[in-house]
Design a protein around this ligand. Structure first.
Ligand SMILES: Cc1cc2nc3c(=O)[nH]c(=O)nc-3n(C[C@H](O)[C@H](O)[C@H](O)COP(=O)(O)O)c2cc1C
Length: 162
């Protein structure tokens, strides 16, 4: 199993959420050892990466399908997103959502979608865009910490987005 750990905390390796993510990985490693399954972990610490904000130009849909006009670390991130089996998103809650630097990464996934509209069957909103690549069977795990007493309703926006 190939795990891609995306640490979206501006605190980098000092992140509390990251500590939980590492514990989760440790648990998976123990499970894989007993199942004799191979496990690899690739870590992306966004705070020390160069990922600019989407310019909204749609070049990645029109002029150069699948390729963004911004030349930065996002090209590497997209390759890793495509090849991972499990994507582990680790981040703090900022104003009921993800920190800006992680939102930049999320927005910059636009080249991974096709420009055509499709209708949704899952009850979330009215429309969608199919994936440009085969993302079938990929699993996503969210690990996050926040400051409020309980997680009740704090994560509504995050869960909708994911
Ligand atoms: C700019 C900012 C916004 C925050 N917004 C929220 C919030 O909306 N709700 C909440 O419960 N905690 C909020 N927090 C607290 C963080 O989510 C909390 O400190 C978190 O555990 C930090 O995780 P990290 O160590 O992984 O970065 C905010 C913190 C900052 C700095």
């Amino acid at each position: 199993m190939r795990i891609l750990l995306i640490n979206g905390s501006p605190k980098g390796k000092r992140s509390n959420s990251l500590k939980l993510a590492y514990s989760f990985i440790k648990g998976l490693e123990n499970g894989c050892t007993s199942n004799k399954e191979e496990l690899s972990v690739d870590e992306l610490h966004i705070a020390s990466m160069n990922i600019g904000a989407c310019k909204g130009c749609f070049t990645c849909w029109q002029k150069t399908p699948g390729r963004c006009c911004i030349n930065d670390d996002m090209q590497t991130v997209i390759k890793k997103l495509i090849s991972a089996d499990l994507i582990l998103w680790s981040f703090p809650l900022y104003y009921f959502n993800v920190p800006g630097m992680l939102k930049n990464l999320i927005d910059r996934q636009l080249p991974m979608s096709l420009p055509f509209m499709s209708s949704r069957q899952d009850g979330y909103g009215s429309g969608s865009h199919d994936a440009r690549y085969d993302m079938e069977g990929k699993r996503h795990v969210l690990i996050s910490t926040c400051g409020f007493y309980s997680a009740d309703e704090n994560y509504d926006s995050v869960l909708r987005m994911f």
